[in-house]
Design a protein around this ligand. Sequence first.
Ligand code: AP5
Length: 237
Amino acid sequence: MPLDIVMLGPPGAGKGTQAARLAKHYGIPAISTGDMLREAVQAGTDLGSRVKAVMDRGDLVGDDLMIEIVRERLARADTANGFVLDGFPRTRPQAGALDAMVNEGGLSIIDIAVPAEELVRRLSSRRICRDCAAIADPASVERGATSCATCGGMLVQRSDDREQVVRERLAVYERNTKPLLDYYRDRPSFRTIDGLQPPDAVFGAIAEAIDGMAAPGGGDKVRTPLVPEGPRPGAAG
Ligand code: AP5
């Protein structure tokens, strides 16, 4: 049965941090639309040049483009057993498109809640690896670490993590993405998690919620398998 997880929450809530951990725990790929776009910018592709200015000012890339990117990514064979989607959907049209791409009753929707001032604090001090995009441990950044613990690459600040852009991203979240909570709230597989807890505790709470939904009767949803093995229907492979 595919385990299709959607991570919701404002910028800095810990979606990326937890998506990586959930992916490892459940053996499914973490798919971050932000990482995909940043890779395209770094590689200087046509996509990268189309989205760079939008991202640098903290705005959202257009729905049609994002839906196409995610449709192609979810058609790959490695999502046959599920995925952790981080950064998508962010608008109502994106949420509708996702429901049409997968078995919507099978989505596990996790909203990580964190107050705005903590988000600004986290994002202004965040550093990521220029080479592998891993998020550096905040404690090691505070101690002065300049290289990635995973691959040794240089730690850098994201261009949209400057305080002014962070505030714009939070405003964009309030306007465009927060309304999605109402779109999902009534589904039995929707959970809000307190993201102010330490990362280990946040992870434990999310895993417990997901395991509870998958248990018989938990969440009262039918986890109909899309495909028992191999790629999803229409997968490019
Ligand atoms: P994206 O990369 O998705 O950015 P975001 O949603 O703004 O989220 P962040 O990556 O900033 O935060 P996060 O919640 O993942 O937190 P993290 O785990 O890193 O998108 C970037 C841009 O791409 C968008 O602005 C837009 O332009 C474009 N884009 C992407 N997807 C799009 C879409 N679908 N449609 C349109 N445009 C799109 O944690 C943050 C920091 O806090 C880290 O330093 C971390 O170590 C720390 N931390 C994490 N958890 C904790 C904790 N529990 N306690 C203390 N510190 C913690």
